[in-house]
Design a protein around this ligand. Structure first.
Ligand code: C2E
Ligand code: CA
Ligand code: CA
Ligand code: CA
Length: 282
């Protein structure tokens, strides 16, 4: 029995060491990926169900791995965040998103007053002391109308330092940049801070949408979020809409903006431009 215990501990150690070295390995691969420009951005359309118009898109990071092909951020975003690489990658994402928005504008497939690109911002990235300047520089570099960029933040950003968060958000808002609260309902959503934050949009987390048809509790949470958004005069977007029945449930609750495979998966910017051409924007 003593041996078995010792073996178990040994196995545990080995497993932990393997996990740690896999992580280090991934971190150095990510560093190389950054140098080699292997990151790409995909766009997922956001649609107004009433008019069937595309009102914007979420910008989603992809890693074009030389061997494994396209990798999704679920496989590496934590390592980017913990290693601090997210700061450099995130700043690149903002610059690249601005460049893509500017080229959609030049191509005439979007209007600057009725279309925005939503960019995910990580906690560590947001905490950079010059975060606000970075965003403004990226907009300026391509002369992009500021309203075309919306920053998606999470409750995790907010609770770390409420006063600093509000100060940075206000500075950007004064410059016309707007904010969406991502994954809403999964964190420490509190009406108190929601009222204090300059956000324009709540994004209903996809976990609620996924289960809403089967679980009355999830449907009820959606109803509550929509009611809260209405009373605070915020827009509300549902994520992860895959089925017509989910869309109908959302619409019945008063949520008309959505994003999900039902309309389109995230796609490369060139395909997105094509998609907009076939969906007349007039
Ligand atoms: P998120 O911000 O909640 O993004 C939505 C995720 O849901 C995306 O996964 C998107 O591809 C996926 N999705 C969209 N529609 C559907 C649907 O109908 N069904 C299902 N099952 N999934 C759907 P993705 O692209 O793998 O990104 C995962 C997460 O990685 C994002 O979650 C976000 O937290 C993070 N992320 C992505 N890009 C960036 C980035 O540029 N910067 C930062 N900091 N985080 C990013
Ligand atoms: Ca997001
Ligand atoms: Ca989300
Ligand atoms: Ca998420």
């Amino acid at each position: 029995a003593k041996d078995a215990g010792r073996n178990a501990i040994q196995l545990f150690r080995t497993t932990m060491q393997q996990a740690a070295s896999a992580r280090l390995q991934l971190e150095s691969e990510l560093r190389l990926a950054l140098q080699r420009n292997e990151f790409e951005l995909y766009l997922q359309p956001q649609v107004d169900a009433r008019s069937a118009r595309v009102i914007g898109a979420e910008v989603l990071l992809r890693w074009h791995h030389p061997v494994d092909g396209v990798r999704s951020p679920a496989q590496f975003i934590d390592v980017l965040e913990e290693s601090g690489l997210i700061v450099e990658v995130g700043n690149w994402v903002i610059r690249e998103a601005c460049r893509i928005a500017a080229s959609l504008l030049v191509d005439g497939v979007v209007d600057s007053d009725s279309f925005s690109l939503c960019v995910n911002i990580s906690p560590r990235q947001f905490r950079q002391s010059d975060f606000v300047e970075r965003v403004l520089e990226a907009l300026k570099a391509v002369s992009l109308p500021h309203a075309m960029i919306k920053l998606e933040i999470t409750e995790g950003i907010v609770i770390q330092n409420l006063d600093d968060t509000i100060a940075k958000m206000r500075r950007l808002c004064r410059q016309g940049v707007s904010f969406a609260m991502d994954d809403f309902g999964t964190g420490y959503s509190s009406l108190t801070y929601l009222k204090r934050l300059p956000v324009d949009v709540l994004k209903i987390d996809q976990s609620f949408v996924r289960d809403a048809l089967d679980d009355p509790n999830d449907a009820e949470i959606i109803r509550a979020i929509v009611a809260m958004a209405r009373s605070l005069r915020l827009e509300v977007i549902a994520e992860g809409v895959e089925q017509q029945a989910q869309l109908e449930l959302l619409q019945a609750q008063g949520c008309h903006l959505y994003q999900g495979y039902l309309f389109s998966r995230p796609i490369p910017p060139a395909d997105f431009g094509e998609l907009l051409k076939t969906h007349s924007l007039s």
